[in-house]
Design a protein around this ligand. Structure first.
Ligand code: AMP
Length: 280
């Protein structure tokens, strides 16, 4: 597995790579969710390039950029085991050289849900992903459904900018008790960890209820809220049932598909999760 840290070295590698080339962008602190993306890319692509870059532009001033978990040696070993051919690990200066002035902003969808609680977050995501696409020039890029709004933002910018990349969404990988894997789960205390599966429990209750015929948007959101509200350490940022492409909040009877998503804080740690109702 090759490790490259500059765009020039990446370009040289890309020039030699067999097609199709798959890209798996990450911020490291790898878990089985990330590795499922690498494995999927490995099945579908002749060359798999992962990126590891903790992107300062997508963290707010009071967020966890400085304390975000970093373990380069462990991450490289895991990328290699999962089948990556190369890892692109640029420095902040390589990605954002002095004098850098270009930001990619999406209107509408990037201002809702996560965007309204984390102003500027999706500007950071869209900017770095656009750069990674131009740097790597992948045929396909792999992203987790765990970050459903991010996936939508990336699909939208790829379409709007006519980027020649196929976006592949991959299912959320969970712990045995339902908690979605996240690099931030390591911040949870034992008590918080015990209460964290309430997010997925609420989502799955609502999904089951919808499958059994309950279609009132308010009642479906209420089923999720009931599970999370029962946890003394949980503070809800939002519970949303929205159109999966516009992210407009839904009211009354829904037909699906609809994105049911939530963000919950346990102390300083913020967890997100989602399911799509009425898929397939
Ligand atoms: P991150 O390192 O948090 O930026 O995540 C890198 C990629 O892994 C993103 O496309 C995420 O959506 C994806 N990802 C994170 N957690 C999971 C998970 N539990 N299951 C599947 N994909 C995930």
């Amino acid at each position: 597995m090759q490790v490259v840290r500059t765009v020039a070295a990446l370009r040289a590698l890309r020039g030699q790579a067999s097609s199709p080339v798959g890209l798996v962008p990450t911020m490291g602190a790898l878990h089985d969710g990330h590795l499922s993306l690498v494995k999927r890319a490995r099945e579908q692509c002749a060359t798999v390039i992962a990126s590891l870059f903790v992107n300062p532009a997508q963290f707010g001033p009071n967020e966890d950029f400085d304390r975000y978990p970093r373990d380069e040696a462990r991450d490289l070993a895991l990328f290699e085991q999962a089948g990556a051919d190369a890892v692109f690990m640029p420095s902040v200066e390589e990605m954002y050289p002095p004098g850098d002035a270009t930001v990619v902003t999406l209107t509408g969808i990037s201002e809702r849900l996560e965007g309204s609680h984390r102003p500027g977050h999706f500007d950071g995501v869209a900017t770095v992903v656009t750069r990674l696409f131009n740097q790597v020039q992948p045929d396909r890029a792999y992203f987790g459904q765990k970050d459903a709004q991010q996936l939508l933002v990336i699909r939208t910018l790829t379409r709007d900018l006519h980027l020649p990349v196929e976006i592949v969404g991959c299912p959320t990988v969970r712990e045995a008790d339902g908690l979605a894997l996240s690099s931030r789960n390591v911040y949870l205390s034992e008590q918080q960890r015990a209460q964290a599966p309430s997010l997925s429990r609420g989502l799955l209750r609502a999904r089951d209820a919808f499958a059994s015929g309950l279609c009132d948007a308010g009642l479906l959101r209420g089923l999720v809220r009931e599970q999370v509200d029962a946890q003394p350490l949980a503070e809800i940022d939002y519970i949303s049932l929205a159109h999966p492409e516009t992210l407009d909040e839904l009211d009354g009877a829904i037909e699906g598909p609809a994105l049911l998503s939530l963000a919950v804080r346990f102390g300083a740690t913020r967890l997100i999760d989602n399911v799509v109702l009425g898929e397939h």
